[in-house]
Design a protein around this ligand. Sequence first.
Ligand code: GLY
Length: 394
Amino acid sequence: MDTESRNPSARTDSQQPQSRESGSLPAWLDEAWMYVSTKTRELAGRIGDSFPHAAPNGKYDEEPPQWWTSGFWPGLLNLVERETGEPELRRIAAACEVKLEDALRDAEQVDHDLGFLWLPTGVASYRRDGGRESRRRALLAANLLAARFNVQGHYLRAWNFEGQEMDTRGVAIIDSMMNLPLLHWASEETQDPRFRQVAMLHADMVLKHFVRHDHSVCHAVEFDPETGMKIKEHGGQGFAQGSAWARGTAWALHGFALSYGYTGKPQYLDAAERIAGFFLEQLGQQVLPVWDFRADEEHRGAWDSSAAAIAASGLLELSRHSTQSAMFHEAALSLVHGLYKQLRVADDQEGLLQKGTVHYPQRRHLNVPIIYGDYFFAEALAKLRGYPGFFEHQ
Ligand code: GLY
């Protein structure tokens, strides 16, 4: 990649490529990374420090910094900048981080997705150059996340809105597994075990109430917020109660693998392996999952490339820990290769991956590029090229 200058001087060792790969890398990896870095750089010119979410007509829309996806664009910039050292990308990511902090001022506007917001931004930035402001902001976010813990039910409250179908004071969702690394990082950073204790109690609760005997997972579980007793499972963004939402499955496999990386607790590794087995079995020889593996025939016209990208990056995390490392690594490599070959977006359209689905039950953004699909595709590529991901233990 001769257009890319390398400037490693500002980075800590943990952000340098680590030799995870044995043997030489496939040639297409460099080509795919060039695709990611070139398109991201071009997009930065238009998007700047705003927060893209989905690109339904070849152009990314914009969400406010409070929205759960707002860490992924600066995260993508940070992934590219880590390798190229481009000051403009770094400047934009830093400007996004300041806006994200502004969103922390109102605790009632903040939900549980603070890990999604702060691991690829403040924590990544702090790990790279030790900036005290980034550390302060990310610790503030970790404190707000820990404060969402319900001590009776052992769950982190997911949402704040007033729901018709559920009392959100009592609702936890599977996506939360990806937010737990922020708590683990905070404990390591402050040497205070409280954050890690909350993260582990929540993960144990997910293991008990979300992961089913057939290794599928549900999206949402509602508890009585006073007693902590389980009330019911909700279909949430999946097809129905009892179904298997593809992205939720990917969040679970990736999130349990991360929790194992931070804690070494064998139950988490076992859960990640079982859920990964379920995901790969449902996928079969395909690269692109249907949005819910158990959607009925009438509702199988939407796909979710973001689930494949999240799973690929999670399988790479799993391959760091599992005794079946080679198998999970091979599965990840083949998924990333397939995504690159089959789903990349035309040069004159925004986004990196076609065919992500945001919310099928609400028919919101079906079969379009989504910023978290783009982010995890880029993160999986970076991992395959030897760099650590921004959610993992370092
Ligand atoms: N609610 C998070 C997601 O759409 O995956």
